[in-house]
Design a binder for this molecule. Structure first.
Ligand SMILES: [Fe+2]
Length: 318
């Protein structure tokens, strides 16, 4: 009887992550406002592995302003407000140091994680990339990271990562005119189908001529997935209807369902989820502490859990 009861229970928290693909996160250390050091990425990956996550796409922020790339580490200053968007004072940028909580947390994974000594040696090599083989990128680094640079850093990360999750590299592209240069040069970090790309806008204002940018992306043979539409403060029902009707696929930040980003974002997420307008979902993890504090709060109603599981199934096609 107990078994039957358990079977019918609505999955929640970590149970929702069993066997899934995550298509959006910022776990490549030191390249944007996401993870700072290798150890924190390894610790989060260990935690996700224990939850049963199968595949994760790293999607570092990639942005261009008037055709010239800007530094992704100062990303927030350009496009986003950090206040109130992320719990525990996280999301403060590259200089964020490991908190005592993160350190305690990571020590629980001895055996899965490299030793402190090993990881500090790896961190040294990872950081040395900037002054060693990364020198060829030093000019461009003044203004941000090219795809070639992100790929090179990802390969170093992959060399050190010893877990079982299938980690892959894509990107989260800020939509603006500068992006179109990359698109026209076919210099894009896509999902594994070679066609889908993740795009975003500022939270506060639409890019100039968003519909033309989306059109030109499609003309070049790419399929844009709009990251976390529920988070754009300037978007209302007409925007969502217009974008959905012209065939743009939406990606839900599943933590929007925990109230992590506030009530307004929660309400928009539920509305779009119930309408069936999302195709994919992702964590958008920037910090280890976000997993620690938020994942247990993922308590969707039965019908929302079923819809979320459908999005995770779609993720596996990427
Ligand atoms: Fe993101």
């Amino acid at each position: 009887m107990f078994g039957l009861f358990s079977f019918n229970k609505t999955p929640h928290g970590e149970a929702l992550l069993k066997g899934v693909t995550d298509i959006h996160c910022h776990l490549l250390p030191g390249v944007d406002d996401g993870m700072d050091v290798l150890m924190n990425s390894f610790a989060l990956l260990a935690k996700e592995q224990m939850a049963g996550v199968k595949r994760i796409y790293f999607t570092p922020h990639s942005m261009s302003v008037d055709g010239s790339v800007v530094d992704a580490k100062s990303y927030g200053a350009h496009y986003h407000s950090h206040s109130g968007n992320h719990a525990s004072g996280v999301h403060k940028g590259y200089t964020h140091a490991a908190t005592p909580l993160e350190k305690d947390f990571s020590t629980r994974f001895e055996g899965i994680l490299p030793s402190d000594y090993e990881v500090s040696r790896q961190q040294e090599e990872y950081t040395a990339f900037e002054s060693g083989i990364g020198a060829e990128f030093s000019q461009e680094r003044l203004g941000g990271y090219s795809n070639a640079h992100l790929k090179a850093k990802f390969e170093i990360f992959r060399k050190f990562y010893k877990g079982d999750i299938d980690i892959r590299l894509a990107a989260e592209y800020m939509m603006n005119k500068g992006l179109l240069e990359k698109v026209k040069n076919h210099d894009m970090l896509t999902y594994s189908d070679g066609r889908h790309i993740l795009v975003e806008t500022s939270y506060f204002a639409p890019p100039i001529d968003m519909d033309t940018i989306l059109y030109e992306i499609e003309v070049e043979g790419y399929s844009p997935i709009l990251a976390h539409p529920e988070r754009y403060e300037y978007m209302g029902p007409e925007d969502y209807t217009r974008l959905h009707q012209r065939g743009i696929e939406f990606q839900l930040n599943y933590l929007s369902l925990t109230g992590y980003y506030g009530k307004r974002v929660y309400a928009k997420a539920i509305d779009l989820l119930e309408k069936g307008w999302y195709t994919y979902t992702g964590s958008d993890f920037h910090r280890l502490t976000t997993f620690y504090h938020q994942i247990g709060k993922l308590l969707p109603k039965k019908k929302h859990a079923a819809l979320l599981q459908g999005l995770f199934e779609n993720n596996s096609s990427l």
